[in-house]
Design a protein around this ligand. Structure first.
Ligand code: CTP
Length: 397
């Protein structure tokens, strides 16, 4: 799958840098060409010689090395790759990337590149959890940088928690999904997913039981068919789909805003369980309990994202797919919903508690289009996603 793909691999300094040797080996085994770049501190952990021997290519190290500039300028070096991978990426390099600093070869390449960047962070758990690293993570995700890991586990520094470099096999899988080619290559597809949270006050909110599993599976399946997927998700525990551009939101209004920003797209799949209402005048301080007094909440209606996008005159996606979560008269309700919201397809499902679908791993869907209702057998959400992605590919032609 990676035959003749060109990967620019930036290795920054950290004990996990030793895993980059295995990563290079696995990438080469799959037919990829790896151009390694080491930061100054990476050389304290792995030698340019071992990196270059495994990559069978020169290991670049210094911005001001004139021979390198003569061989290949940094602009060309950064752009000749199909994918830029930073593994391991230290907290320091993440901070430089988030702020556009370019004070060595690695950070200059990252600033100069117009190629997709995949980052595999590795650092001490406290450094990962630090607000500045989390802020940088958010900035980089918003800039379209993709992430794999970090994983949770025992760390070389003796602590436990998130911060471990993803395993080489996981990084290879993320590289494969970034470079996936298929019937949806060149297509931009939006997927909304997860619940939304509507705050009551800073500590309380209204939500629903959506796990985000189906939306995530759809995003993954679309990535594997080569689509450029923008995944707009409410707060959900489900691990984010590798290879998709992730946009995290909290409320329905945030989701509406995020969706408007990513248009135009070729297709849009609205799998999110968006809250229908928000709390009017949500308090910015915690509402205190007062003896004998029960607070009352007033609601106002949230924007209907699916209906808004389906009814756009300009920038309406070629294909708009909605979901219908019903507990009774599924086909009838979902058919009406398709017409009311003006989307092309509705993926309807029965979310009555006894079906175990909401929050579960399986789904039994009915695909409703202008050709009628098509009942799919109950199957894993991954399989539903794959079939739906294939249908989307057929529809987009
Ligand atoms: N949806 C949306 N924005 C909303 C509400 C729903 O985009 N504010 C989308 C969902 O992502 C889904 C579809 O609309 O694709 C249907 O969601 P569902 O909850 O089944 O329908 P509702 O519009 O909430 O209607 P009802 O509660 O009456 O069933």
């Amino acid at each position: 799958m990676l035959e003749d793909k060109r990967i620019l691999l930036i290795i920054s300094g950290g004990i996990a840098a030793y895993k980059s040797l295995e990563l290079i080996r696995q990438l080469r085994k799959r037919g990829a060409w790896v151009t390694p770049v080491l930061t100054k501190s990476a050389k304290e952990f792995v030698t340019p010689l071992s990196v270059s021997a495994l990559a069978e290519e020169k290991a670049y190290q210094d911005l001001f090395d004139l021979t390198d500039e003569a061989e290949m300028g940094h602009i060309q070096l950064s752009r000749s790759a199909d994918l830029v991978v930073v593994a391991p990426c230290t907290a320091n390099l993440m901070a430089k990337m988030a702020n556009g600093l370019a004070d060595d070869l690695a950070s200059t390449l990252l600033l100069a590149t117009d190629t997709q960047v995949l980052v595999a962070p590795a650092m001490n758990v406290r450094m990962w959890d630090h607000p500045s690293t989390q802020r940088n993570l958010k900035t980089l995700k918003n800039d379209g940088v993709a992430f794999v890991g970090p994983n949770e586990g025992d760390m070389a520094c003796g602590e436990y928690g998130p911060g471990r470099l993803a395993e080489p096999a996981e990084i290879v899988a993320a590289v494969e999904s970034q470079l996936a080619e298929g019937p949806l290559t060149g297509r931009r597809i939006l997927v909304t997913s997860g619940p939304t949270h509507e705050p009551i006050d800073p500590v309380r909110y209204i939500a629903n039981r959506s796990s985000g599993a189906q939306g995530t599976a759809i995003a993954r399946a679309l990535v594997l068919l080569g689509a450029d997927v923008i995944f707009v998700t409410g707060p959900a525990d489900e691990p984010r789909p590798e290879g998709a551009h992730i946009v995290e939101v909290e409320t329905a209004k945030d989701m509406m805003e995020a969706v408007n920003k990513v248009l135009p797209v070729d297709a849009a799949v609205f799998a999110a369980a968006v809250a229908d209402w928000n709390v009017v005048g949500a308090s910015d301080q915690k509402i205190k309990k007062q003896a004998g007094k029960i607070p009352s909440l007033n609601f106002s209606e949230n924007p209907d994202i699916l209906a808004t996008i389906s009814q756009l005159e300009k920038d309406r996606p070629q294909l708009v797919v909605g979901f219908a979560a019903e507990t009774n008269d599924v086909v009838e309700n979902a058919t009406k919903k398709r017409l009311r919201k003006a989307c092309d397809w509705i993926v309807a499902n029965d979310v009555s508690p006894e079906t175990g679908i909401m929050g579960g791993r399986e789904n039994a869907v009915i695909l409703i289009s202008d050709e009628g209702a098509e009942h799919w057998p109950r199957m894993g959400k991954d399989l539903v996603a794959r079939q739906l992605a294939e249908r989307i590919a057929q529809a987009l032609g």
